[in-house]
Design a protein around this ligand. Structure first.
Ligand SMILES: C[S@@+](CC[C@H](N)C(=O)[O-])C[C@H]1O[C@@H](n2cnc3c(N)ncnc32)[C@H](O)[C@@H]1O
Length: 244
């Protein structure tokens, strides 16, 4: 298993006046009780498959996992049943209200912490895995790189960051046409995400290009062990290994 050396976290305890306010960049819908109440009906995070993938890599009852941007906790709740210690982190009190309710209902061992990429301070044995799905795009690029450095500082050498997000794996010249097609395609099935939500994602949030994100990932001290891009080039799933 991986070495569990303590590392000094980047910007864990200092909150200068130029620190990004994570609640201000959280995404309007993540504080909207109606959106949060409908979230699990409109989005299937594929939690069982993700848990199975991690299990196939050798993680199990001795493993410590942290889920950053856990939302309603689809993955974290499933993971808590398979791994030793799982901490679900999210800055949205509305998301966490729903998650805490599920924890109580299920009698889950999942730990829930109200914090974000820039404020979570891990306590106890270092995590073997940091997991994050569809959350990093809430930070502008400078802060993404701070978040990635903080995650690297939390992990021992050899630790895993499983990162999935809305990431644009195409060039600038194609962007307008592809984004319009993506918003239109999403708008065709408004029982799930709506065209307005897709448009808001692009106009107000901070999804970036794969060719900007990947150098940031490497500069933070990760090797890109695997990168899978969706056919429409709007989603990316990474396995990232913390280098020594
Ligand atoms: C689209 S939801 C994804 C939830 C869950 N990971 C999933 O896959 O279903 C995005 C989540 O990111 C959270 N988020 C927003 N800003 C964040 C930040 N700075 N740090 C961590 N999470 C953040 C939101 O509160 C929300 O729960």
């Amino acid at each position: 298993m991986v070495e569990r050396a303590a590392r000094v976290p980047v910007m864990v305890t200092q909150h200068p006046d130029w620190q990004l306010d994570e609640l201000a960049s959280i995404g309007r819908e993540n504080l909207d009780p109606e959106h949060v109440a409908r979230y699990d009906d409109k989005e299937d995070a594929g939690a069982a498959a993700e848990v199975a993938l991690l299990t196939s890599l050798g993680y199990g009852p001795d493993s410590v996992l942290v889920d950053l941007g856990a939302g309603t906790g689809q993955f974290a709740l499933a993971a808590a049943a398979s791994f030793g210690r799982v901490v679900a982190v999210d800055p949205s009190p509305v998301m966490l209200g729903r998650l805490r309710e599920a924890v109580r209902r299920q009698g889950s061992r999942l730990e829930v912490v109200e914090a974000g990429f820039l404020s979570y301070a891990h306590q106890g044995t270092a995590p073997d895995v940091v997991y994050s799905r569809w959350a990093l795009h809430h930070l502008p690029d400078f802060w993404k790189s701070v978040a990635l450095h903080r995650i690297r500082a939390m992990l021992p050498a050899g630790g895993l960051l499983r990162l999935s997000d809305v990431v644009f794996s195409f060039g600038v010249a194609e962007a307008a046409e592809r984004i319009e097609a993506w918003c239109t395609a999403i708008g065709h099935d408004e029982t799930q995400w709506t065209r307005a939500e897709a448009a808001e994602h692009v106009s107000d949030e901070h999804s970036t290009y794969s060719w900007l994100l990947e150098p940031m990932i490497e500069a933070a001290g990760f090797e890109i062990a695997d990168a899978v891009y969706s056919e429409d080039r709007f989603l990316a799933d990474y396995f990232l290994t913390a280098t020594g």
